[in-house]
Design a protein around this ligand. Sequence first.
Ligand code: M6R
Length: 595
Amino acid sequence: MCGIFGIVTEKEQNLGPILVDAARRLTYRGYDSVGAATISGDKIDLRKDAGRVDDVAARYNLQEMTGQRGITQLRWATFGEPSQVNSQPHLDSDGDMVGAHNGNVVNNVELREQFMAEGMTVRSHNDGESCIHAVERYIDKGFGFIDSIRKAYDDLQGDYAFVIGRIDDDKLYAIKKGSGLVVGIGEGFTCVSSDLPSILPLTRKVIRLEDGEIITLWHDRVELHSVKDGSLIEREPEIITEEMGAVQKGGFAHFMLKEIHEQPKVAAELLHFLENSASVQVILDKIKKARHVYFIGCGTSYHACMAGSVYFAKYANTAVIPVLAPQFTAQYLPAVTPEDVGIFVSQSGETKDVLNALQYAQAAGMTCFGMANVIGSTLSRVTEAWLPLCCGYEISVPATKTLTNQVITFLYLATRLGRRDVKALDQLPVLMEETIAHTDPQVQALVEDINQWNDLYSLGYGITYPTALEGALKFKEVTYAHCEGMLSTEFKHGPLSAVSKGFPVFFIAGPEDVPLIVSGINEVTCRGGRAIVFSEYDERLKANASDLVTIPTSNAAFASLLAVLPLQLLSYYVAVARGFDPDFPRNLSKTLTVD
Ligand code: M6R
C-alpha cells in the first residue's frame, strides 16, 4: 500500500540518492508508481511515473535531484489507473505546493468536483491530489499552514497520512489519520515516513505519530500539534534498537526466499519469547472464561486463525470460531457480548479490514487481543494485550515467516491451554530446517511440469485444510495462476470434472488422515490427473500418489505446519520460472490500509 517519505535539510543539496533509497525501502508495501519532488527557494522539481523504482529512477534521473526538502511516494492504485498523471507527488493549482499521501480519501470524487467548481486546477483522478487541494483551499483563504491542514482534515474523509511543503518556506508538514506515520530526527535533518525501514538507515531517533496529529519539520527540530484544537503536543523521541540486517537480501535472490529460509530461526525466537511472556497467561485466562472465542484475520493471517481453531479444538478441547475480519462484522457482531473474546491477527497490524472489525468488537464490549509482527502498529497499541510474532521485517509481499509464527503462536496457546507439554514445540525449528533442506530439491524437480498449468487445486482435510488453503493462496499470489484451496472431500462434489490428463492436484496429507486422502488421490489419478502429495513418508501414499514430497516424520500438528514450507518453495520457484518478481506481485500490497 502506498508509502510516503519526506526529508528536510538545512540547505540545497543532492537529495536524489536519499529519496531513491527511501523509495526502495518502501517497496515492500506494494506499489505500481513512483515519484519524487524536491523544493528549493521558489522552485519545485517534480518527476514521477508508473513503474518500478529503479526504472522510474533511471528514466527520470531521480538520483540527480537537488533541493532543501524532498518528498518521495510509492503509489498503489485505488483512485485512478497507474499512470504518469495519477502518480504522486502532486502539485497544487499554481504549482507552488507539492505533497503526497498514503491511504484512501473516500470522498475523492465529490471533492474533485468541488475543487474544480472552485476554480482549482485538478490534473489527476488520484485522491492524493485531493489532499493537496484541500490544504490549498484554506491557504488561499489566508489561513496559516497548520490551520489549513486542520481544516483540510475535516474535509477529507477516510484514512490517510500526507506530507506537504511549499516554495519560499523551509519546512514540511505531515498529518496522520489512520495510516502509519513516523518521524526521524537526525544530525542536520528531519524526516517523516509511512514506516521505519526508510528512516532507520538515516537515524534511530524517532517519534511515532498518533491519529489526529500534525508534525512540522524543520531541518533541526520538529513540532507536534493536535488537529482537534491546534494545541502543541510534547512527545519525547524514542531510540530504535532493532537491527536492519533483515531488510537486505543477504545473498538470496529474493526476499521471499530469504524469509522462507529464516523460518526456523524466527520460530525458535518466538518460542523463547512465548515461554517468557506474561501476556500468554492473561490471554488464556480470558479464553477459559469466555462465552465465545473468535480468531479474526484476513488472507494468510486468516489461514493461521483457521489452523489455530483446529489446534484449540484438538488440543485444548475449546471451540473457536475462525472468521474473516469483514465477515465477523457482517455476521457475528450482532451476537457479540462482553463475555466474548477475540484474537485479531495481522502481520502488519494495520490491515483496515481487521482494524474495522476490532473497532466494532471493542465498541460491543468484547475483550480484544492482538497478534502482530509490526511493533508499534495500531493493532499492537489498541488491544488489551498482544503477542508479537518476533519475525523481524518481512519485506516480501507474500507472507511466509509471519504465517508460520502465527500458527506456532496458536499451537503454543492451545498446548498450554490443554495442559500439554509445550517443551515438545522446541523440536519445531529443527524440523523446519530439515523440511526446507529436504523438500527444496523435491519441489524444484516439479517446477517445469507445474509451470505448464494455469489451473490447479490444493486439497487438505481436517488439520491440513488450512494448510491447503494457504498453499493455494501463496501459489495464486506469486504465480498469477488460479489455484483453488478446498477440503479434499469436497472435490468430488463438483471440481472433479476439471480433471484431465496430467491435471495437477496438490494433496496435503496429515498422518492421521491417510486413508481418506488415498481415496481422494485415486479419484484424481484414475481420471488421468496428477496427484502431488505433500506429507510424511507413508507406504500407502507412496503407492497411490503420482508424486510424493516428503516432510520429516513428527505428529499431526507439526506436519500441518511443516507442509506449508514446500508449498511456499514451490510457489516461489514457479513464480521465478515465469519471470515474475515474487517479492512484489502485481496489483498487491503488503499493508492493506483500505476498505
Ligand atoms: O498484514 P495482514 O496479516 O493483516 O495482511 C492480511 C493479508 O493481506 C495478507 O496476509 C495477504 O493475504 C498476504 N500477502 C498473503 O501472502
